[in-house]
Design a protein around this ligand. Structure first.
Ligand SMILES: N[C@@H](CCC(=O)N[C@@H](CS)C(=O)NCC(=O)O)C(=O)O
Length: 208
């Protein structure tokens, strides 16, 4: 059994999707970011930067923070979505998501979606880089079924929830045919649907 400390965000959904994909039992401990619950001293003990997601493996008592580290932990524990043959390519695409795709799209959400009009420089900068991320992902997926090759992996599980905010991005997922093909295929996986709606509120995946 895994305890998942999370919130309804792309980084949080990576882990509920992974837990559904590997069929592990998990209980959700919701952290209300709007109320600042991430800053509670008890949460900070398990999350040094006060961020979700975090997991506690109730079998081993191990606590893991950082979504990329959690995905690697769960992939190694379950033997799924990462293996010795694809490890190098999967970790490259996973780290590219962690260090580039997520942080840039996150800034695009801040400047374009939540705070439009507050900073022309910020809006333009993150819009431009986000467009180029769509273009580069589209190019990769025009040559490769999944991000790390022929097999669905934790690199896809990390990246997909960010593209699931495509309606906030205003970049046009439909105009990126290969990215759109990959997005729709993953959206149709039943584990992804369950992980996306991990609160069981009937939350539907935004389709292009
Ligand atoms: N690199 C971290 C980023 C985690 C992160 O930024 N989490 C956000 C929600 S998506 C958060 O907890 N924000 C709360 C805050 O910044 O106060 C990861 O991938 O786990």
């Amino acid at each position: 059994m895994i305890e998942l400390f999370t919130a309804n965000t792309p980084n949080g959904k990576k882990i509920s999707i992974m837990l559904e994909e590997i069929g592990y039992e998990y209980k959700v401990n919701s952290i209300d970011l709007n109320k600042g619950e991430q800053f509670n001293p008890d949460f900070k003990k398990i999350s040094p930067f006060s961020k979700i997601p975090v997991i506690k493996d109730l079998e081993s008592n191990e606590i893991i923070f950082e979504s990329g580290a959690i995905l690697i932990y769960l992939a190694e524990k379950s033997g799924k979505y990462l293996n010795s043959k694809n490890r190098n390519i999967v970790t490259q695409w996973l780290m590219a998501q962690m260090g580039y795709v997520g942080p840039i799209l996150g800034q695009h959400h801040q400047f374009h979606h939540y705070n439009a009009g507050k900073s022309k420089f910020g809006e333009e900068r993150y819009f431009r880089i986000s467009r180029s991320i769509y273009k580069d992902l589209n190019y990769r997926l025009s040559n490769s079924k999944y991000l790390a090759g022929n097999d669905y992996s934790i690199a896809d599980i990390a990246t997909w929830p960010w593209i699931a905010r495509h309606d906030w991005h205003d970049i046009g997922l439909k105009n990126h045919a290969s990215l759109c093909r990959w997005y729709e295929e993953i959206a149709n996986r039943s584990a992804v649907k369950r992980g996306y709606d991990y609160l069981n509120k009937g939350e539907k995946i935004p389709m292009p």
